[in-house]
Design a protein around this ligand. Structure first.
Ligand SMILES: Nc1ncnc2c1ncn2[C@@H]1O[C@H](COP(=O)(O)OP(=O)(O)OP(=O)(O)O)[C@@H](O)[C@H]1O
Ligand SMILES: [Mg+2]
Length: 348
């Protein structure tokens, strides 16, 4: 049974409905990332789980109990939200110790746990400072320490590393993952950073239109996106129609198309990443060869990006610089059979 279950949730602000019949199921010990465009409802979802707000409809259950109306302070959840400020009048030590004091943990244990946690977030020696005497990134790390020190049943992270520089962000995300595995908490993590989320998650849930469009392992999402939206999200830029004609998948210009992973059905959207399309001289011998004309070429340093017009749509291609094609050049695109993904067109 799932540890956390959101069932048929409808929620929003006044008349503005953000989540519609939203479902999410998280297993104990999993690290789940929520991804989606700005404004799609990620923070709204975390706020519901934390208990900052209640849904209009639907239920939230945790460990088999209905917690839809259980107040925030009765859920043993930790959260690190972008806007959830530290207590300004308390030192770093007291900020981190706060939850332990509330839980009446003995003083000596509080000291050990707070100091251990501060070491983990690289803030040893900062315990007597006040939040106003620290940088944004340092404050964010105090917030992380404060949330995790209580050993929560569930940790909710809303872009917890957004104020950190790139190097510290990588260090901290590894640290969060390590802590999660060590302390065994279940985590839901919101980020805009795709690399970050793929690096640390057991499951990635991608939101679109107030629902989760696909929830899967990072590898599955990356290799087998189920919808065009998800495919866009993970770097597919070329989409073309395929229909089955006498058993053979065929492009709109009549070219027979071979795909390594065929599925049952007669109409699909095929998709392929720019780096999986080869650009060749016209007339080359190619499987899945589509003739085209170079519209734009952009020098990207290690690679050259071409926009190529073809009879089945415009393609974006990333190629090395071994041969450079000028604007207007006739070319042949080879769409690698084992890199084409088939998506149901109804799933747009
Ligand atoms: N307090 C509020 N009152 C009214 N509308 C709100 C409120 N908070 C958020 N919204 C609206 O609800 C929608 C979802 O907001 P939410 O904060 O959940 O998005 P998000 O996915 O977290 O976006 P981001 O990635 O930008 O943080 C947005 O359209 C937003 O404008
Ligand atoms: Mg948000």
């Amino acid at each position: 049974m799932a540890l956390l279950e959101l069932s048929h949730i409808t929620a929003g602000y006044d008349k503005n409905i953000i989540l519609r019949d939203f479902n999410l199921s998280v297993n104990r010990g999993d690290f789940v990332s929520l991804l989606g465009s700005s404004g799609c409802g990620k923070t709204t979802t975390l706020r519901l789980i934390a208990g900052f707000s209640e849904p209009n409809e639907g239920t939230i259950s945790f460990d088999g109990k209905d917690i839809t109306h259980v107040p925030l302070h009765k859920r043993n959840f930790g959260f690190v939200f972008q806007s959830y400020a530290l207590f300004p009048h308390m030192t770093v030590f007291d900020n981190v110790a706060f939850g332990l004091k509330m839980r009446k943990v003995p003083k000596a244990e509080i000291r050990t746990r707070v100091m251990d946690m501060l070491r983990l977030v690289d803030l040893e020696g900062f315990e007597s400072r006040y939040p106003r005497e620290m940088s944004g990134g340092q404050r964010q790390r105090v917030a992380l320490a404060r949330a995790m020190v209580i050993r929560p049943d569930l940790m909710l992270f809303d872009e917890p590393l957004s104020n950190l520089d790139a190097k510290l962000r990588v260090k901290m995300r590894v640290e969060i993952r390590r802590l999660q595995q060590e302390l065994g908490f279940t985590a839901i993590y919101v980020t805009h950073d795709q690399e970050e989320c793929f690096a640390i998650s057991d499951q990635v849930a991608i939101m679109n239109g107030g629902v989760i469009e696909q929830m899967d392992t990072p590898a599955h999402i990356f290799n087998a996106p189920k919808t065009e939206f998800i495919a866009h999200f993970v770097g597919f830029e070329n989409f073309f129609r395929l229909t089955r004609v006498s058993g053979q998948l065929t492009a709109e210009n009549g070219t027979p198309m071979h795909v390594a992973l065929d599925r049952s059905g007669d109409a699909f959207t095929g998709c392929i990443r720019p780096e999986d399309v080869q650009i060749l001289p016209p007339g080359s011998n190619a499987l899945n060869g589509i003739p085209g004309e170079v519209l734009v070429s952009t020098f990207l340093g290690r690679t050259v990006q071409y926009n190529v017009r073809t009879a089945i749509g415009e393609f974006v291609v990333k190629a090395d610089q071994s041969q450079v094609y000028p604007l207007g050049a006739s070319v042949l695109l080879e769409l690698s059979a084992n890199k084409i993904i088939l998506i149901n067109p109804s799933n747009h």
